[in-house]
Design a protein around this ligand. Structure first.
Ligand code: PMP
Length: 442
């Protein structure tokens, strides 16, 4: 009685939060798993860390190596690399771990500006700003860009960090049907016609917010359709490329390159360094005026400790390889990007060939396998782990009740033999769980 219905954006935020709880309950966080292999405690089946060590956890049982199909280490840069790692160690010796100050106090060092210039040039934007955390890049920058009297139109399945940012902005939020430009247009047309609540005045700004690859669906954004609607209604576009930068497009420039959309049509390009770059932090690349405004006003720049210099060096080095700059790395960056696509398409084809229901698009390194029934979540994950393959599983309320899934992430550092072995395991487990020959949902 008297309760307003839960708005979809709140609901989304809530369900995304629950996803992390479910993930924790069933699978335990895959703590820092830089390589394609990781270690698990045999007795508890708890994943404890990457191939480089046990991350300081106390071990009570024996260990065994398992194949990691759950981390976002798309290009394999989170592992040791003979171009990146020595440079990171040199920076560590020279600058230490932390600036222990924000960018506007004593925390700005030339390496931050070098990284910002490199990202802006890579994306063909006038300038960029980098922050120490990807989540904070969305949740803190969106409120600095837009506020009361403005309108945000957000994809129904946008990430929790975006939901936090749009809610914190004070702007009116409307949600459009996931990845559907027609729904975007309908919602936008309606909201523009109505204007601001009560006053009916025109919105100060209208911002469309979407992602390059959706992390729970593995789908590439319908960017061309979304940009066309944005142009028609003179709305701004904010694009989160956490999963697509470095992973999509022939030269790793993300969803814009993949979809044939010019970066000049995207007003605010956001991304994280925690996936393809194997590092930490986030960026915003945009016009000089927008980036300057963020430098002048965003508490995430003014009041938060600057990105760690060795982290900045890791990103600069990985980006140098991705761009094949200075003739370094024998074209290794390009080979990694090609390998990622080959691996992803090989694995997707293998899963589909088994008659499994697999979501997502060609070239996407994220591929959810539909389990449907929630009861299959723990069974699928444990049976895989017993056979040496660690996966992430997701269910209600992060997904509709009967849309539980296992979310596979492929890396360029997976070998063909590892992927073949993983397909054998999934084939066997899918039989045990009765997952084959469901009608395709695509
Ligand atoms: N945006 C999206 C789409 C994400 O999936 C994530 C996290 N995986 C983030 C932002 C937050 O990034 P980070 O983990 O680097 O803080």
């Amino acid at each position: 009685k008297g309760y307003a219905p839960i708005r979809q954006d709140y609901e989304d935020f809530y369900t995304r939060r629950m996803y992390y709880r479910i993930h924790d309950a069933f699978n335990r966080p895959i703590a820092s798993a830089p390589n394609s292999e990781m270690k698990v405690l045999e007795r508890t089946s708890t994943v404890v860390g990457g191939a480089n060590g046990t991350q300081g956890l106390e071990l009570t049982g024996g260990q065994k190596d398992v194949l990691n199909l759950g981390s976002y280490n798309y290009l394999g840069f989170a592992a040791r690399d003979d171009y990146c790692t020595p440079r990171v160690l040199d920076t560590l010796k020279e600058c230490g771990w932390s600036t222990c100050a924000s960018r506007t106090q004593a925390g700005s060092s030339p390496i931050h500006r070098q990284l910002e210039r490199a990202i802006a040039d890579f994306l063909g934007k006038e300038d960029a700003i980098v922050l120490g955390m990807g989540f904070a890049t969305n949740s803190m920058i969106l409120p600095a860009l837009i506020g009361k009297g403005s309108l945000i139109i957000s994809d129904a399945l946008n990430h929790a960090s975006i939901v936090a940012g749009v809610r914190g902005s004070g702007a009116k939020v409307k949600v459009f049907e996931h990845n559907n430009p027609d729904s975007l247009e309908a919602v936008l047309r309606n909201a523009i016609a109505q204007g601001q609540p009560r006053s009916g005045r025109a919105w100060k700004k209208v911002l469309i917010v979407t992602e390059g690859i959706f992390s729970m669906e593995g789908e590439a954004c319908e960017l061309a359709g979304i940009v066309a609607v944005a142009k028609k209604y003179k709305a701004y576009v904010f694009l989160d490329e956490a999963h697509s930068i470095g992973a999509l497009g022939k030269t790793g420039r993300g969803i814009t390159e993949h979809a044939g959309v010019s970066t000049s049509d995207i007003d605010v390009m956001m991304g994280t360094f925690t996936k393809s770059f194997g590092a930490a932090g986030g960026y915003i690349a945009s016009s000089r005026a927008v980036v300057q405004h963020l430098r002048d006003t965003s508490p995430a720049h003014i009041s938060a400790t600057a990105m760690s210099p060795p982290v900045a060096q890791q990103i600069i080095s990985a980006l140098t390889l991705i761009q094949g700059r200075d003739d370094v790395g024998d074209g290794r960056g390009q080979r990694k990007m090609d390998q990622l696509k080959q691996n992803a398409n090989f694995f997707r084809e293998g899963l589909e060939g088994m008659g499994l229901n697999v979501l997502g698009d060609q070239d996407s390194p994220v591929m959810p396998i539909m389990l449907f029934q929630p009861a299959k979540i723990p069974a699928f994950s444990r049976l895989c782990l017993q056979r040496g393959v660690a996966v992430v599983v997701v269910g209600f309320p992060a997904t509709p009740l009967l849309s539980a899934r296992c979310r596979i992430c492929i890396s360029a550092s997976h070998t063909r033999a590892q992927l073949e072995r993983a397909l054998e395991v999934i084939d066997e487990v899918a039989d045990l769980c009765g997952l084959k020959h469901f009608p395709q949902t695509k």
